[in-house]
Design a protein. Structure first.
Lengths: 433, 433
């Protein structure tokens, strides 16, 4: 009996080992994912071929209904939390364990694309489909999550992280609805947002599959980006005061031309940012010259300075260099340059080391090429990083284009991402809880 | 009898010679001019201390009524021509001679100043007052002219020069009225504009006293500017097409940032214009970045290029150099730079050599300091140059400021200008007709 028992245990252990390590990794169904992405993109499609599924619109609601149906058909137990996040739960063998949560969002910017957010949601549902097809029950429970209003300020994930304050609720998004009204419209209850907040430590891990929204993977011919973190973002409004005067009667020498000072400023920012090694970026995206008439020397320029990096310290190091050089530009152009730090930044959110290795291992087992990279864009994962270990998987964006009707990710790339996601989840599920 | 007659003739000749050459030059009354400038500035005064006497408004009409009364009180025979120009005539001894015409305008830009145009009109009336006080009747007739709507496109002087076409009449100025309606409102007849046109050769000379609208005279401590000509103006709209993309996900290297290209363009224009000797100016006054969000790499910049000089050839020489260097900037920044020449320019208008010397001589006789200089701004004189020899007299603008409530010229400077004007007119009156 003892020997027989031992053999049974041993056999079970071998099966388990085969299941976890040696088994051919599960692969996502590219056709299924693409047909679902296409079906979703029909909801809110505009004449430009763009998606107008802005959060809190009727199209958003219709898109969510489509997703809820997919989730229910895949056997998930679906609920809407008070922030109107859609959460679909799949039981684990040990259902009181902390869940692994994964998902993204389906709302778009006005005239946006079909892939931003949607690939992560369809990919998360694909994970469930694959587990069902492979008759796999995970040890711990799984949760697919569709966050409310990502594009309007990460509304749903901020609520999940307990970080959606009352002042945010009064902001109106591109739907024309205030966020409070919008959450209610989608079935949430903005008066009880605290109930949507997850406690730190309650979630085993949060994973998000997303399109890169940049051109790095495509240009290097890689399949997968293993996200090292979501960059911190800092914004400044920069005002350059010169002196507006008649462009015909004021000689070149006596001018205090704010556009010339602004031009030097923009080029200087580019120079400073490029002078450091690494993946930091810096942008002057807004540039408003006043009065802005062809026959008046511009007396004022208001411009934006945005700096992003995985290290907050590096962002402020660059800023200090920019500020120092701006003083020289001001004195050489007879203008006064002032900086106003705007309170809309985000701290860098670093992804979890263990999750990153699981993602890398999955990509390797699937025979996919990959590299580590920062996420230059903001994502729901950055809020979730405040309460749980997070990881993100990027798939290529054609031409690096996003937030545009031209946004495109191939069915194969989407499936690669979902394949990495499912295998990483399975590997993590077996890890210590 | 013969000897007695000869003595009388001789005595008369001596008196004449004394009158023309050796007599102390006539000097304008600074207090009278200033009190009239102040009275005029009360009409349309706004809360900023600026003048809102925009052409075709009620304030414009009231201002014109004040001026007409001054003209009538000074003994002028006043008429309104079909372009609503106010013309006040003073008979000459030989009244069929060609008139010497002098004046300016009293309409302002919105929130403009009290001196632009007005000094020329009050100065022209001062000339008549001085001739009256000194009991001088000129040989030829004199005409004081107040042109309609200078600020809205030199409307009145274009009509005088026979150059106000029907398409100009449909343009709406800052009063909200179309020019056609405005001319009618002021007592003109837009259906009979041809009657306002003066024939080439019908006017002996056109003279205009004006504030400099720049800071050259003030900075050099000079009293009078002898205008060499009114600069030609050429405008281009420049479009820079880059590629708008996510400011977070697009590495610094792959960017096609239209603001960076536009910045290099603006600095290059400044460099090219400064590389020539002379008084030419070049300005990038408009600079519009699109989409203009802090988190989007600007995909497009639309900017204005304005070049001014007394030589049209030099303007286009500068333009060619700018165009050549723009090609390099475009290729180095991955942007496409295109130029559109706008049909709103003006050819240079050169002032008459003889009139310039009379102005110089007058200044000299009055003990005033002066220099020759271009007018960087447009004036009614540039239209009049198409049909008559013209001359312009500049007086200092404090701080070089104009088109602003801060516009200021001292009573002494205004009087200096009118003194030069009256003595130049007297000298020209004696010249051959």
């Amino acid at each position: 009996m003892k020997i027989r028992n031992s053999i049974v245990v041993l056999a079970a252990m071998v099966l388990l080992a085969v299941n976890v390590c040696a088994q051919t990794p599960i692969r996502a169904n590219a056709e299924r994912m693409e047909s679902r992405i296409k079906a979703l993109s029909q909801i809110g499609l505009n004449d430009n071929g763009g998606s107008d599924r802005v959060a809190y619109t009727d199209y958003d609601k219709q898109g969510r209904e489509y997703i809820i149906e997919l989730m229910k058909n895949a056997g998930l137990q679906v609920r809407i939390d008070t922030a109107a996040n859609i959460i679909g739960r799949r039981k684990g063998k040990f259902d009181d364990r902390k869940p692994i949560v994964f998902g993204s969002h389906i709302d778009t910017v006005p005239n946006g694309g079909a892939y931003d957010g949607c690939v992560g949601v369809i990919g998360a549902i694909e994970v469930i489909e694959l587990l069902n097809e492979n008759k796999i029950t995970t040890d711990g429970p799984l949760e697919v999550i569709v966050f409310t209003d990502e594009e309007g300020g990460l509304t749903g994930s901020r609520a999940s992280a307990g970080d959606l304050g009352p002042e945010a609720l009064t902001v109106t998004n591109n739907s024309g609805r205030a966020i409070e009204e919008g959450i209610r419209f989608l079935g949430g209850d903005p008066g009880r947002l605290a109930e949507a907040a997850r406690k730190e430590g309650d979630i085993k891990a949060y994973l998000e599959l997303h399109i890169e929204q940049g051109g790095v993977l495509e240009s290097k011919g890689l399949n997968i980006g293993v996200v090292e973190g979501i960059v911190g973002i800092e914004w400044w409004e920069v005002t350059i005061e010169g002196f507006a005067n008649h462009a015909g009667t004021t000689p070149m020498k006596g001018r205090r031309d704010a556009v010339l000072a602004g031009a030097r400023f923009a080029l200087m920012v580019n120079e400073v940012v490029n002078s450091y090694g690494g993946t930091q970026v810096g942008t002057v995206g807004k540039f408003i010259a006043e009065p802005g008439a062809p026959n008046v020397i511009p007396g004022k320029v208001t411009l934006s300075l945005e700096l992003r990096d995985l290290s907050a310290e590096k962002i402020f190091r660059m800023y200090n260099a920019i500020e120092k050089r701006a003083i020289v530009i001001g004195s050489e152009t007879g203008t006064e340059i002032t900086f106003k730090h705007l309170d809309v930044g985000a701290l860098p959110a670093i992804t979890d080391e263990k999750i990153k290795s699981k993602i890398e291992e999955s990509a390797k087992r699937l025979g996919l090429t990959y590299q580590k990279m920062p996420s230059g864009a903001g994502h729901d994962a950055q809020d979730m990083a405040n309460i749980a270990p997070v990881g993100m998987i990027f798939v290529p964006s054609r031409g690096g284009i996003s937030h545009s009707p031209k946004e495109f990710t191939s069915a194969e790339d989407m499936a690669n991402g979902a394949s990495v996601l499912v295998n990483a989840i399975l590997a993590m599920d077996k890890g210590s809880n």
